[in-house]
Design a protein around this ligand. Structure first.
Ligand code: B12
Ligand code: SF4
Ligand code: SF4
Length: 348
């Protein structure tokens, strides 16, 4: 008979996970919140979130033979799989490492290889992010954290800067994990810091306003009223997490929650060269460079779009010729004009 509590600790050490828990693979407790979020149009262009809805409500439609989930939290400070591509740009901390869809699954596979020996007749599968599961709900039920007002799952000793992955299995676990209590209290720091006011009320995030969505998921040019608010973020955004006192406590002094990153002269020059490279390179060159990293998801067009927003907001005049060259571009032209406007001094 396995003692799951100590087994989970051993497993975490083996694969550099911070914590793990067990949950039944069943309908989520927060289904109604998800449904109302979709109805409000907060998913924007992320059509797959609507297509997946029925499966999320009842995972047995999708995996009738699977009963449980072993849910694992993978911290990304320090990043376990770092890359140094376009390293001067302000990129979300999780994206400073290689694409987690690959490395998380391969780490979970190490555990499956062990479990399969113990339970040769049971089924095991690895999943993370892209599967039709409400992962925060699953992880909350497995005791990995509470739903912060920024919507992220937070653990009192581990913070929220972790990714979630899971092993789904036909096994039925006997261990019952109690969800953690909510420790947000009266704090509102995440709502206050969000530059685009994307967190419309505690635990409700209008993704169409979130910088993470605008720079990663959206295939469009950001609406004009949000462009200035996107600041220097090139890919993703961490502000509502880095400002969080629970992360500040865990990662003492290591997290930046300022609206613009302070760069020294050398870093500023390097950033300008990286942005110049993005604007001047072909789609093929860009995709080749970012292959295997999360940056690939935005596509070459998306990364050029993000570079233009950063150049405009940081007023990088040195890049005016490269921006000018994009004003005839069918996708980027209007944004390139906006960027040029930000670079020229305002008349009274
Ligand atoms: C779509 C998506 C996004 C969208 C929308 C995010 C959102 N908050 O809705 C965008 C592109 C904006 C995004 C951004 C980010 N994402 Co994302 N994303 C997803 C994805 C694919 C689906 C999330 C979803 O269904 N959203 C809809 C809302 C309604 O659901 P939810 O976010 O899960 O929120 C739950 C709680 O808020 C709760 N809830 C809502 N209201 C209420 C009210 C009460 C009273 C209670 C108790 C609970 C509650 O119920 C919701 C449903 O379970 C998941 C992976 C997955 N398969 O689940 C990753 C995931 C949520 N993302 C993740 C990460 C890391 C990020 C970013 C940090 C990346 C970055 N730095 O740029 C940011 C964080 C932004 C933020 N504050 O959420 C991690 C979260 C890890 C964690 N510790 O929480 C996940 C789980 C991916 C993974 N496998 O690790 N993401
Ligand atoms: S990730 Fe950034 S833009 Fe999105 S909700 Fe958090 S602070 Fe706001
Ligand atoms: S910043 Fe405050 S309100 Fe927001 S998630 Fe952290 S503790 Fe909760």
């Amino acid at each position: 008979m396995i003692n799951w509590e100590s087994k989970l600790q051993d497993y975490c050490e083996k694969i550099n996970a911070s914590h793990a828990g067990l949950a039944k693979l069943e309908g989520p407790r927060t289904w109604l919140q998800y449904q109302s979020w979709l109805e409000k149009g907060f998913a924007g262009e992320m059509e797959y979130l609507k297509t997946h809805a029925e499966i999320k409500k009842d995972p047995s439609i999708w995996k009738p033979h699977l009963r449980s989930a072993l849910v694992v939290a993978f911290p990304y400070i320090d990043h376990p799989e770092p890359h140094h591509i376009l390293s001067s740009t302000r990129t979300a901390l999780y994206a400073k490492g290689f694409d987690y869809h690959f490395w998380i699954k391969s780490k979970l596979q190490i555990l499956i290889d062990e479990l399969q020996v113990l339970y040769p007749n049971e089924k095991f599968e690895t999943h993370t992010d892209s599967s039709p599961l409400l992962e925060r709900d699953l992880a909350q039920r497995a005791g990995l954290g509470w739903f912060g007002k920024n919507t992220c799952l937070i653990h009192p000793q581990k913070g929220s800067l972790f990714l979630i992955g899971e092993i789904l299995t036909s096994l039925e676990f006997k261990l019952k994990t109690d969800p953690l209590p909510d420790f947000c209290g009266k704090c509102q720091k995440c709502l206050e810091v969000c530059p685009t006011q994307a967190i419309t009320s505690p635990r409700i995030l209008d993704a169409t306003k979130c910088i993470s969505y605008l720079t990663i998921e959206s295939k469009k040019i950001p609406p004009e009223d949000l462009r200035n608010k996107m600041g220097d973020w090139f890919f993703g955004c961490d502000l509502c997490q880095t400002v969080c006192p629970w992360n500040q406590k865990v990662f003492k002094g290591r997290l930046q929650a300022s609206p613009f990153l302070a760069l020294n002269e050398f870093e500023e020059k390097k950033l300008i060269e990286e942005l110049r490279w993005i604007l001047k390179s072909s789609h093929h060159q860009i995709l080749k460079k970012v292959k295997g990293t999360p940056l690939h998801r935005a596509g070459a067009k998306g990364l050029k779009r993000n570079a233009l927003v950063v150049i405009g907001n940081k007023k990088i005049k040195e890049l005016a010729p490269e921006v000018q060259a994009l004003t005839e571009n069918s996708f980027l032209g209007e944004l390139a004009f906006w960027t040029l406007q930000q670079l020229s001094p305002k008349e009274d």
